[in-house]
Ligand binder design. Structure first.
Ligand SMILES: Nc1nc2c(c(=O)[nH]1)N[C@H]1C(S)=C(S)[C@@H](COP(=O)(O)O)O[C@H]1N2
Ligand SMILES: [Mo]
Length: 429
């Protein structure tokens, strides 16, 4: 199994399942999360008193040369699930979706997935080699890349294994863990097409090999067509240079396609006429169906959505009355066109309100406001994209794909809200 490190069903999970800890496992996870402080407040700081922070001069400029979030937001962090993978170097940390809002993921909170740890690349020594079926093989420095015409595009990046632990049933208690292998940032980069034009692609070229410069030297085969369409060689995220975790100084951005193709620390692109054989070819990023058949080349991430608030890590805590339900929707095939929300496990649906920019192949924020009377709820969201594709239920997905898959689980998520306001990951039939 170690030859297939992106498989989140690592041996440890098997043991975990056998030990019958599935139900309490979620509780154990929840237990490690500090409870949110109730908004009671310290009377000394409340009106008509003058609070501490109004009485003294604060720190001057420059003290915080690179700004950090407030110390009171210490709970807003990436988290990992220890039993999921065998090592920290080949593992994943999850985006805290329930602590965020809007359509953009802050850089320091973008989920990370590495197969050989974080490569610390010195930008002066960075080189990108482009060779194979080209007229003129080229080696680019970072400066070369920065001097080419660049574009700004927001895209989501979702690991194909996102929600992979949920194929057989509800398992992890929190959207950070069920859906947190996704981030959406504004990239600045150069269309790969421009680099390919400089090298001059030969007529028989059909596929590219993308190779990372980390210890895993991860490689993926990318169809030339996608490379020419919208693939970017990106070096900035949300304005600043890429973070080391996410591929500093240069990574591939392959819009709408599974994150595994988004090779980080990209060091080599080879142009060829057929897909390459990769080390993990037999199992990795292939969806195993009932009866031993498999789906391959399933690159596109289909439309999906999740309610981020309320959710197991962000309960309602007896807060009845006006409630803002918030969530995220996305599709690898284009723009999100519509999101519906159900409060009763999929019997009745209402249109949610999309708010903020609706970008092509990027996270889209939705809201649904309602008056909560304290009754139990079964919350669901269902995304529809501009192609008319509608996010399937988990039952529909299993009917087509069985339960042997890990990847591409875009089924509708259900959160059970109790009258206490606690929220749990469940499934409805
Ligand atoms: N060089 C390299 N690129 C890589 C990986 C890797 O291990 N090495 N992991 C891939 C996988 S499986 C995922 S899900 C994404 C994660 O991107 P992120 O770390 O920016 O979230 O990077 C992809 N690119
Ligand atoms: Mo991944």
């Amino acid at each position: 199994m170690v030859d297939n490190p992106d498989d989140p069903r690592f041996a440890s999970r098997r043991a975990f399942l056998r030990s019958g800890l599935v139900a309490s496992g979620a509780a154990a996870l929840g237990g490690s999360l500090p409870a949110r402080a109730e908004t009671v407040g310290n009377p000394a700081n409340l009106p008509p008193n003058v609070p501490d922070w109004s009485r003294f001069l604060g720190e001057g400029v420059g003290v915080r040369a690179y700004g950090k979030p407030s110390q009171h937001e210490a709970n807003v962090i990436r988290r990992d699930v220890e039993w999921l993978t065998a090592s920290r170097e080949s593992s994943v940390s999850f985006t805290p979706l329930h602590e965020l809002d809007g359509p953009i993921t802050p850089n320091g909170l973008c989920f990370e997935r590495h197969h050989g740890g974080i490569a610390e690349v010195n930008p002066t020594d960075y080189r990108l080699m482009l060779h194979g079926l080209v007229e003129k093989p080229l080696i680019f420095t970072l400066d070369d890349i920065k001097r080419m015409p660049r574009v700004n595009r927001a895209y989501f990046c979702e690991c194909a294994a996102n929600s992979g632990m949920e194929w057989r049933g509800a398992q992890l208690n929190g959207c950070q863990f069920t859906h947190g292998m996704i981030h959406s940032v504004m990239y600045t980069g150069v269309p790969l097409k421009i680099l390919l034009e400089q090298a001059g692609v030969k007529p028989n070229a059909k596929w590219l090999l993308l190779e990372g410069g980390d210890a895993a030297a991860m490689t993926r085969s990318l169809p030339l067509q996608k490379a020419l369409e919208d693939t970017l060689v990106a070096y900035r995220m949300n304005g600043e240079m890429l973070r080391p975790e996410n591929g500093y100084p240069v990574r591939m951005v392959v819009p709408g396609w599974e994150a595994n193709m988004w090779v980080k620390w990209i060091r080599r692109i080879e142009v060829g006429d057929q897909p390459w054989h990769h080390r993990e070819e037999t199992s990795k990023y292939t969806d195993l169906l009932e009866g031993g058949k498999a789906r391959r080349f399933t690159y596109v991430m289909d439309a999906k959505s999740v309610i981020t608030n309320p959710s197991p890590q962000a309960p309602l805590n007896h807060k009845r009355g006006f409630t803002v339900l918030a969530g995220l929707a996305w599709s690898g095939r284009g723009k999100v066109q519509r999101v519906d929300v159900s409060l009763d496990g999929g019997r009745n649906w209402q249109a949610a309100r999309l708010d903020g920019p609706v970008w092509d192949k990027a996270l889209t924020r939705f809201y649904y406001e309602f008056d909560w009377d304290g009754r139990e709820l079964l919350l669901q969201s269902r995304a529809m994209d501009e192609t008319g594709y509608v996010q399937p239920t988990k039952a529909e997905l299993r009917q087509v794909r069985g339960v042997n898959s890990i990847y591409h689980n875009n089924g509708i998520q259900t959160w059970h809200v109790r009258s206490s306001g606690e929220v749990e990951n469940v499934e409805v039939s």
